[in-house]
Write a protein that binds this ligand. Sequence first.
Ligand SMILES: Cc1ncc(COP(=O)(O)O)c(C=O)c1O
Length: 392
Amino acid sequence: MFQVNPSRNDIQNKFIKHDNAMLNRVFGSSDVTPYWIADMDFPIASPITQAMQQLVSRESFSYEFDSKSVFDAISKWNQQRHGLILNAENFVQAPGVLSAIALLIREYTQEGEGVLIQTPVYHQFRRLIESAGRKTVNNPLKIEQGHYVIDFKHYEQQLQSGAVKMVLLCNPHNPVGRVWSKTELQQLVTIAKKYNTLIISDEVHADIIFDDAQFTSMTSLGYDNSLTIIGSPAKNFGLNSISNGYIYSNNIGLRDQIKATVASMALDNGNAFTTYATIAAYQHGKAWFDEFLAYTQNTRNWIIDFMATELPQVITFTPQGTNQIWFDFSGLNLTPMQLKSLLTEQAKLALAPGNWFGETNEQYYRMNFAAPLAQIKTSFELLKSSIANDQK
Ligand SMILES: Cc1ncc(COP(=O)(O)O)c(C=O)c1O
């Protein structure tokens, strides 16, 4: 079942999150505890390990593709977990979630056309849009009563202006941790329908949902002009370096168009490790995943309680989903440079800087809390004493 610590620490790795050269480049020091990349620090579910061990023990890697079993396993999981009915025929496999988004941007928009994102948002969205020669159209989220919400008025203005060809939605939202409600998504769709705008919904964090928040997939809303990226085992099962991205649409025309493009580039066949790992995760990983979710929910609750009682001058946005938590440090009244030095040099924290997610977020930082709670507690005690020393 779910384990916090790996049974072996002696195996070499080149994990980006822990790489000293990388930490030096990004944070100016490798003497930091890494909470910046959105992946987990726990050993994966044992049924996945077993499936991969069996594969290695066959000592043969003849061509072997089995997307059908992958799509079936993802569909069944989503039906059981979210009551979501997916048709296994309607998936298109791409090498990853980001490559799927990049392909969709190139397929359904032309150079110079606009793609709307809701900032602050996962920083790779902007990179994918702009590196494809498309324009980013920002629809900044608003904070209302301590929660991020969509600014629908501004959203509609952008669509009405004709500047938006595609909406790139992040649901659940990284970094602010909102799980968009059915009502919010319906409103988003109603407006998109009015201007006939395509919605791409990135749902890679779909299973990491806390308390009584309810995940709603774009595919369940009956909006014909949409494609969803759903079912990647990257975030929920920790398969970041070996998972594919799964594009889904009930619109056969849209599905066939992207399917043909993906196939024309021979990008549609996952490798055997990905295939077997994904099937094992969705068929046999439920017990592990439920424990993982309970563990990270408990960690989230600990952080929120700690911040509320010990560091109330920092605003902590309670995530409804994702293993990311978003902080606003502006209450410390530090310049961006002072804040950076407090966090990295004194508190030894490698957090993802807010300005990665949007231009005006220099007082904000994102933390990935899919890490051992004991380590997180030590980090927060150091943060508290660093702030106390700094504010003397
Ligand atoms: C919203 C979102 N989409 C996509 C990705 C990356 O997915 P992949 O590495 O599977 O391409 C991440 C990773 O953090 C993410 O948060």
